[in-house]
Design a protein around this ligand. Structure first.
Ligand SMILES: [Zn+2]
Length: 139
C-alpha cells in the first residue's frame, strides 16, 4: 500500500473548503477532492447527505455520481474532506472506523476562526491515522 506523507493541494481548493465549512458552521460539510498527478485541484462538495454537528455521510447515489464525474473529467480521486464544527479537527473514532479509502488524504476543516489550525490532513488505514504535511501549491 502506498503511504502518502505529504499531500499537495492548490490554494484555491483549500480556500473553497474553508468557505464550505463556514457557510454552514453548525453542521458538518463534506465532499471529495480530485486532481491529477498527485495534486488536488478540484473540490466536489456533497450536497445530499444527512447533516449533523458530529457526523457526515455521502449518499451512495451521490458518491456514484461524483465518481462518474471524476472519471468523465479524467480526474483521480485523491481525498475526502469534512468539517468538525466543534472541537478539535483530528479524526474522530467514527472517522477512523469509516475510512474506506486508505490511499486518500482525509482533510478535516474547522469553521472556527480561532482554531489553532484551520485545516489538517490525515492518512487513515487499518484503524490508525497519521497526520500528513499539507503542501499548498499556488496554481
Ligand atoms: Zn469527523
Amino acid at each position: 500500500m502506498r503511504v502518502v506523507r505529504v499531500v499537495r493541494i492548490e490554494r484555491t481548493v483549500l480556500q473553497q473548503m474553508l468557505a464550505e465549512a463556514r457557510s454552514a458552521p453548525e453542521v458538518e460539510c463534506c465532499g471529495l477532492l480530485a486532481g491529477r498527478a498527485e495534486l488536488i485541484s478540484v473540490l466536489l462538495p456533497a450536497r445530499e447527505g444527512p447533516r449533523s454537528a458530529s457526523a457526515y455521510e455521502i449518499s451512495p447515489l451521490e458518491l456514484f455520481a461524483l465518481f462518474r464525474h471524476m472519471r468523465d473529467a479524467g480526474l483521480e480521486h485523491l481525498g475526502i474532506y469534512h468539517s468538525h464544527p466543534h472541537g478539535d479537527n483530528s479524526p474522530s473514532t467514527r472517522d477512523v472506523e469509516l475510512a474506506y479509502y486508505p490511499a486518500a488524504a482525509y482533510f478535516i476543516v474547522s469553521p472556527q476562526v480561532d482554531a489553532a489550525r484551520l485545516v489538517r490532513a490525515f492518512a487513515i488505514a487499518d484503524g490508525r491515522s497519521e497526520e500528513l504535511t499539507i503542501d499548498v501549491v499556488d496554481a
